[in-house]
Design a protein around this ligand. Sequence first.
Ligand code: GLU
Length: 505
Amino acid sequence: MIKIIFINTLRRVRFAPSPTGPLHIGGLRTALFNYLFAKKTGGSFILRIEDTDRKREVAGTEKYIVDALNWCGIFPDESPGTEGAFGPYRQSERNHIYSKEIRRLVESGHAYYAFDSEEELASCRKECEKRGETFIYNYESRLALKNSLSMSKGEVAGLLKKSKGHVIRFLVPKNKNIKTVDVIRGESNINSSLLDDKVLMKADGTPTYHFANVVDDHLMKITHVIRGEEWLPSLALHFLLYDAFGWKRPSFAHLPLILNPNGKGKLSKRSGEKGGFPVFPIGWEGETKLTGFKEYGILPAGLVNYLATIGWSPKEGSEALSLAELIEMFQLKSVVSAGANFDLEKLKWYNHKHIQEASNEFLVDKIQDLDISAQKIERKQLAEATGMVKERANTVSELWGLMEYLFLDPKGYDEKSLKKIKKDGLDKICSEIISLCENTNDPGGFIDSLKIWGEKNSFGAGQIMMTARTILVGGLKGIDLQKIISFVGLEVVSKRAVTFSEMNI
Ligand code: GLU
């Protein structure tokens, strides 16, 4: 039976993280740009787990990456959990493929066996250091070292038979100009003599990043490699590898770094800790627990929108944009090469916009996810209160704080507010609030009635309002006072006023 595989001839991009710990928002931005680029033309977004370095692997990372992407609304078309035609999508499961491909490179003379032990290489390095030079395994040194280029065929066959630990190195040509092209950065030239003969296969028979990465990008029919700037120094080597195989190269785009808020260095966990913000999308439940933007109260739409503006800007004057709108607008060629400082205020600004656009019911879910006290409140009431306060919130975490007094009695009273209302007649105002609660059946006209009473008894509106607010909220903050009263009801107003008067302030 002939198996027909329909290959999407549109863009195929991949996000290829190594599972060495939770995904940093820098990595998430890379995934996002890949996704936006692919989806604009209905192409495929592939998640490939680059787990060749088993020693550095951290348990739980792969799940974290998938959860974080899904939280942001990014669902890979092909991944370890969504097998497509080009799997497996975990490099640790592709060793048979790498073994076959490395043989081709060795046979075509582009790679060679090297038998130097760690100790021998260390002593070469030392020797060079003594002369003030740096040891490089390359065209200059390779013939003086132990490898299949310097040894006889017989010796090599003998060593291979004994299965003595050996690596396979790339034979980097001498003095060849490598012209690299990057969609964002343009052309650049590098002389191959500056490169070393990189190890492609390690002594344990597993591939190194460079080798597996190039082989997989080719076999998975990746059309565009979009990755972080930190991989730019590897580009020339990758170009040479494609040439050695005789494969057509994908297009490359290296995204600018996300820098610390002060512009110094790559955004780090430490600078997040200093500035009081996370650098991960969602919480990490590893040995050391880490808070994510989710727990910080950032909506996925807010984070995605903000990340999309780091290194790229949607059309001028754009406000909150959804993932679908970002896909529509995204242009890889208008990504800039300069790094951008992480800007918490800008992130909050986007989040604020997305909070305003979100439905109250949607926000209730998020609030109840974050706040245990909010879980005890009836959803309908919580949704109504959310609608009343959300214009003041930059984060979901702030929402509960902004409406807590609509459900719970004040735990105490703010000192500064008390100072302001402590004037002659405070107890009179307090008693009036209590008696008005008993004598009116119009909560909506409560403030007006109180003001009329104040006029008659020579109390300014300001003093009355501040007193009522402190009694109800615990301080001089909160939404429109009449709205608070209508929401909580006269029974609660009376109860809070009684509690306040009993404090004998
Ligand atoms: N595994 C590499 C990383 O962790 C992927 C680099 C690339 O995209 O080529 O970032």
